[in-house]
Design a protein around this ligand. Structure first.
Ligand SMILES: [Fe+2]
Length: 235
């Protein structure tokens, strides 16, 4: 559990969507940046490409991004994984062809006062599901899949695997309509006790902001691939 749990809770708020924050030109600048960046991870099994926004790239865009985000959430520090040289990065671009499963991005350091995370869609089709339920541990993928749960050897920055969420939020079965509409890629038994707070329909130019403690995942809605830019913050 995080040590600064009381302070973390004080900063919590409902997820929020800000529309028309970036214009078309700015979105294409983000996409150009994405093209230029070296690939960090290409997981062929999960069909996902991850690229870190390294600080020597897109300096002007970073100023724009920082001021826009600060305007919404106030003072913050970046809390993304560091590079091999220990250098800060500004965010993580993710290109995915399959929906990402249920997880939390609580980070890896219980001393940190984790705060908000942002998501900027760079492709028009997709959606992200934020649950009301919260968790105060490290970055974790929540699963009841036995093979997944056996994965305990993790590299730097890899999420833990856990089924601790089962029972933590009660035993109410997940809403079958919500499952059918948004979460067909998830085993409904993996969603016991969960309740949706917000379904964010991706829209270019908008940004989603939510707490680092909110459980979340992609919805099943993907047409081909989707690209998003995520940034994690702390105080
Ligand atoms: Fe996430």
């Amino acid at each position: 559990m995080h040590n600064k749990i009381n302070e973390i809770k004080k900063n919590e708020s409902s997820p929020r969507v800000i529309k028309n924050l970036f214009d078309k030109d700015q979105i294409s600048k983000f996409l150009n940046l994405y093209e230029q960046l070296p690939t960090t991870v290409h997981n062929k099994k999960q069909n996902v490409i991850k690229k870190r926004w390294l600080k020597e790239y897109g300096k002007e865009l970073e100023e724009l991004f920082y001021s826009k985000l600060k305007n919404e959430i106030g003072e913050f520090k970046y809390d993304n994984l560091k590079t091999d040289n220990g250098e800060e990065i500004y965010g993580l671009f993710q290109e995915s062809y399959n929906p990402i499963g249920l997880h939390i991005d609580g980070g890896f350091n219980f001393e940190d006062l984790i705060y908000k995370q942002s998501l900027i869609p760079l492709t028009p089709v997709g959606s992200t599901v934020i649950f009301k339920n919260r968790y105060y541990g490290k970055s974790t993928n929540f699963t009841i899949d036995k093979n997944e749960l056996e994965i305990t050897k993790l590299n730097y920055g890899q999420n833990l695997r856990s089924n601790k969420h089962i029972g933590m939020f009660g035993s109410k079965p997940f809403n079958t309509k919500d499952h059918e509409n948004y979460l067909k890629h998830e085993n409904i038994d993996n969603l016991i006790g969960l309740e949706i707070e917000l379904v964010y329909e991706w829209e270019l130019g908008s940004m989603l902001i939510f707490d680092r403690t909110n459980l979340h995942c992609s919805s099943s809605k993907i047409e081909g691939k989707k690209i998003g830019l995520t940034t994690f913050t702390k105080k």
